[in-house]
Structures are given as structure tokens and as C-alpha cells.
Design a protein around this ligand. Sequence first.
Ligand SMILES: [Fe+2]
Ligand SMILES: [Fe+2]
Length: 404
Amino acid sequence: MHVGIFGGTFDPFHSGHLALIRSALAAGRLDHLVVIPSGSPPHKDARRMTPAAHRYFMAATAVAGEPGVSVSDIEMVREGPTYTIDTLRALRGRFGPDATLYLVVGADIVFDIRSWRFPDQVFAECVLYLAMRPGFRRADVEARAQELREAFGARVELFDADTPDVSATAIREALRTGTDLHGRLPAAVSTYIRKHALYPAKDPLDAVSDATMDFLAGCERRMFLQLGPGRMRHSLCTMSETVRLGMRHGVDPDQAAVAGLLHDCAKSLPNEVEQEFARRVEPPLDAMTLDSHELLHAHLCALIAKETYGVDDPGILRAIRCHTTGCADMGLLDEVLFLADKIEPTRNYPSVEALRAAAENDLDGAVIACLAATETFLRDKDKHPHPDSAAARRSLEARKESRP
Ligand SMILES: [Fe+2]
Ligand SMILES: [Fe+2]
């Protein structure tokens, strides 16, 4: 079996990537091609990169329906720096000793082999499969390929890739400034970007410290393995929205980012595990909470954020604990997380725009409106809100009235 491997940051995955994949397959050598988005690098540049899970989902949606193509999370779930040789060896384990691995790269790479780690080991593990894009002189590439064959015993092959000249940097810039993209993105990626409000003119995460961004990248890696895709996307969108809305109301961006990302970190636990954890929550939970997955998950997420993810900031843990019901005397972070969870960009229900507008200038009023809507919804079903919600509403209304 001949397996192509195509790695990149894919920030975002664009039409040039898609054209390259199609050319590689059309050349007839490959039986299958694996797209491998890189993880979040553990250094300062990471903060400028879109979270790895979003980049993975963009690649996945772009190649869905492409015959013979799959997307792998192998690099994004690996801790520490990623080297091509590690990825090749992992794929060797997956596809077996008889598979021939083809590392699909732009032909320009042959002029830059010296910057590679362990080139001899990489060449031993795979065929270097060079995409000859318009603008490269075949004779130059061939000459360099021959040098590599002689120096490393490298296997090097070329294929013609008639790909448009598309730059991810230019696309990010166009997205941030609202400039026309002229079809440089696959339609599915455009939709994904719009739905999740990626590449905003001003990225709220720019305000988060380097240390917290590194911490969040580790959390994200772990959550990606545990949560379903929908919940992962919701968590990332809630993180950005908690920071954005929080900064508008004077909340610390680092606290907001951690609370936003982790607020649903344990929402995918199997029932029995959930009940097991529920018995350990202090002070003990009331019967109504124990009986409801929706109410229970907020307490368990606070517990797991502390025990598994190592969060010890009581303000963050409290905000996570009360993100579903609210609680008496909610603080700024509590209110911001409570609202961000309900208004992040993927949320879509009739009153969401009104709630988004209210949250901009009147946090207390927006939380009250949200609690009131939930109360009406529950009463229509002959149910009662949790006492914490009633307490939240009372204290917020009192606070509002006491203001001059
Ligand atoms: Fe939740
Ligand atoms: Fe949530």
C-alpha cells in the first residue's frame, strides 16, 4: 500500500492545499493520503496560531467526501515538539511494515533539507514526494534530488501539482479585514470560519498571557481526546467569547480563558463515572442536582478542572460550578462565563441576538433575562428552577435596584 502523508499547520486549510492533495492522488502512485494538522507548538508563536482543534476540524471538513483522503490527529494530540520522524514511525505502526510512506511536500523543500532534524532517518522511513508547482525549474529540483539520493540514499520522486498560488497568511489577513477571498477557501472551510467566528479583526486571545496560552494548549489536547467534536468546538468558542466579553467588563483575560475552555471539560463522562465523581463533591450535592445531568455536570467540571487539569484559582472554579444555574451574589467572572456559554457564536436560538446585545452593556440585566427565560421554559414543562437560580436572580435584582 502506498500512503501519502501531507502535514501542515492548515491555518486555515485553503484551496491550494486541496488542489495539492488532488494532484498527488491524480498522479496515480498513492492508494491513500493522510492529512496531518500540526499541534500547537509550545512556544510563543502558538498564540498567533488558531487552536489546533479548529485547524483539525477545518481540514476534516475540507476533505470530507474526497476519495482516499483521511485526516489524522496524531500530531495535535502528541505532547512536546513534533518531529516528522516521530509521525512517520507512528504511521508505520498503523499501516504496517509493507506500506510505502510518501511524504508529500512542496519541491522547494529540497533546497532546505539542512534545517531538518534527522534527515537520514526520515529518508530511511519514506519516499520524499515532491510537488512540482508552477514556478519551479524541474532541472534544478532534479539535480538537488540526485544529490539527496547520493548523500542519504534518499528515495525522491516528483509529481506535477497544478495548484493555485495561495498563501495562508494572505487569507488570514483578508479574513481579518473583511476583504474578498476570491475562492481561495473551500466552501466548507468558509462556512466553518463564519460559524465559529475565527480570524476576527481583533482576537481576544491576544490579551491572554504566554504562560496561560501554553497551559490552555495542554488542556485543549486532553479535551480533544475526551469530548466529542461538537462540545470541543463549543468549548473553544466559549473560551474566546468569555475573554472578549470579560475584557469589556473588566475581567482578567487569563482567568476568563481558563474558565471558558474548561467549563464543560467533564460533560462527556459516562453515567456511572459521573455518579462516582458526584459523590466526591464537597459540600455534598442536593438530590435535584444529583438527579440531573445538566445540573450535575457544572459541579463535576469544577472538580475535574481542579483535580485533573490542576486549576486552583477559586474564582475560576466557582464560575465553572455556577455556569448552568447561576448562584447568589454572582461576581463578574461568574456572570461573564454564564453568558458566554449561552451566546458564543455557534449558539442559535430565537432570543440569542437580544441576549448578545444585552450582555454588551448590562451583565446583570442579561443574566436576569436568561434566568427568567429558563424559569419560564421549566414552568411550561411543570418543572422548577434550581434554588441556586432563584437565589441568583434575587440577588441580581436586589443589586440592580440598589444602584443609583
Ligand atoms: Fe455546561
Ligand atoms: Fe457549555
